[in-house]
Write a protein that binds this ligand. Structure first.
Ligand code: SME
Length: 177
């Protein structure tokens, strides 16, 4: 496994070019390095797939703190997204491809940054309190294995920095499939 970290330059660039008031802006370079070191340590010290996804969802939730109400995985099984390990309230168990924010991410193969979920056509409200969301694909060799989904009770929580961090995490996780 490669150790992923941000250079001062890439971090500064993202800091200045993203208008979203993301929690990531409060994080220091040291916070980020600790996050990557923890993610790497968790995955390297255990081979069990479920245990790793469970701990990664806990790591994400802890890292985001109050900014994140739900963090977890939906895994692609027989052309449908099925709930995987997560942290947060009870969530819907199955999402068809193309439906909701998660299904749209898989169908379009693009990260979905949703500033206001109430304006997203077909948004699936597992928790009525959720106001913004981000979903990134987990892909390997052009094949999608599922998504990482984060919800927030605040509007406009997630931006491009979060997308970059979660996409990098998804790349690390894709090695587990
Ligand atoms: N809001 C998601 C459903 C999953 S929950 O947020 C945990 C969606 O629209 O796909």
């Amino acid at each position: 496994l490669q150790l992923y970290h941000f250079t001062r330059e890439s971090y500064d660039f993202l800091f200045h070019h993203d208008t979203i008031k993301t929690v990531i802006k409060m994080k220091t370079q040291e916070d980020m390095q600790l996050f990557w070191a923890q993610a790497k340590a968790l995955i390297e010290s255990e081979t069990d797939f479920t245990a790793n996804l469970a701990n990664i969802s806990a790591l994400i939730k802890e890292f985001y703190g109050d900014a994140c109400s739900w963090a977890g995985f939906y895994l692609l099984k027989e052309n449908e997204l099925v709930l995987g390990p997560f942290q947060g309230k009870v969530a819907c168990t199955r999402i068809p491809i193309g439906k909701g924010v998660c299904g749209t991410a898989v169908k379009t193969r693009q990260t979905q940054i949703v500033k206001n979920v109430h304006e997203f056509p077909g948004h699936i409200a597992c928790d009525g309190g959720s106001n913004s969301e981000i979903v990134v694909n987990i892909t390997k060799n052009n094949q999608c294995y599922g998504v990482i989904d984060l919800d927030s009770y605040q509007f406009e929580t997630f931006g491009t920095q979060d997308a970059l961090i979660l996409e990098t995490l998804a790349e690390i996780i894709s090695e587990l499939f």
